[in-house]
Ligand binder design. Structure first.
Ligand code: PDD
Length: 279
């Protein structure tokens, strides 16, 4: 793979970051994952805007202009002859002596981009649906910022797998926040799409926003509010959204089937619509 590192295009073995990088020492870094479908960027504008927002919230500055950032995304696809998969981007506060205080503002940030190929269209989980378990959301209080502090989501994923499930739905104060690395949604018995409203408690999912627009355009009522695990268990359908998985049905929560335990029709329709409108 060809890696982008601080303005250079490097072969994988040459792409190296200092052990003093604050991304490594303090998780002082943000990231984005943008999907590539048929060699094209999916929902790029949303990912670029969220990256700028994450940077602003942490006082980080992107070393590239908007135009140069888009050009770099296109160039990494071309250089890696990428058809399907994802582009990972990480921006850190750069290299400095270990200290809890930030280094001077003129410290050059570290910007890395790499690609990971994956057949995003053929997704067994999308066909059969996934099983989730409920776990407490023990992440920090600014989940709206896409930081690389991913240890708890990794632990939750491992715990889900240990329990024979595919993923976790995290809960806080009796409500679902989101999945370990995706947004959570349900469709009520009345056919209303319910998804948690945006706050510091969850990441503003780019796929979430797109899918809500598609649903509204289909005449489906959408309610943005927190929902409980009990509501999810009583739902007609449940699903997750994320850049790399698009829309994936949830068919079981804590061992209990959602409706008949099969992927829901609205979920499947939204997946089809999302993919069709992004190709
Ligand atoms: N994860 N919530 C969390 C905690 C996430 O990590 C993600 C994405 C989402 C969905 O956001 P989007 O639709 O913008 O991808 C929600 C990415 C894909 C990852 O960490 O790999």
């Amino acid at each position: 793979r060809i890696i982008y590192l601080n303005g250079e295009w490097l072969a994988e073995p040459e792409a190296k970051v200092s052990v003093f990088d604050r991304g490594f020492l303090m998780a002082d870094a943000i990231y984005e994952v943008t999907c590539v479908l048929d060699g094209k960027l999916v929902d790029y504008a949303g990912h670029a805007a969220r990256l700028q927002r994450s940077a602003k919230e942490l006082g980080l500055t992107l070393p590239l202009s908007e135009e140069a950032l888009l050009a770099a995304h296109r160039e990494i696809v071309a250089r890696n002859q990428m058809d399907q998969g994802m582009i990972y981007l990480q921006l850190t506060r750069g290299v400095a002596d270990r200290d809890f205080a930030y280094p001077p503002a003129d410290t050059p940030p570290t910007l890395v981009m790499f690609t990971q190929s994956k057949n995003v269209l053929q997704n067994a989980a999308a066909e059969r649906g996934i099983k989730v378990v409920l776990l407490p959301d023990l992440r920090w209080g600014r989940r709206d910022i896409k930081t690389v502090q991913l240890l708890y989501p990794s632990m939750a994923k491992m715990e889900a797998k240990a329990r024979g499930a595919d993923d976790a739905w995290l809960t806080e104060d009796g409500f679902v926040t989101e999945a370990s690395a995706a947004s959570s949604h349900i469709v009520s018995a009345e056919g209303v799409l319910i998804t948690r409203d945006l706050s510091h408690a969850l990441l503003p999912g780019i796929t979430r926003a797109s899918v809500l627009d598609l649903a509204a355009a289909q005449g489906i009522s959408v309610e943005e509010r927190p929902f409980t695990p009990a509501e999810a268990l009583a739902a007609r359908e449940a699903f997750i959204t994320s850049a790399t998985n698009f829309v994936v049905p949830v068919v079981e929560i804590d061992g209990q089937s959602i409706a008949d335990g099969k992927p829901g029709p609205l979920t499947q329709e939204l997946r089809r619509l999302y993919i069709d409108t992004r190709r």
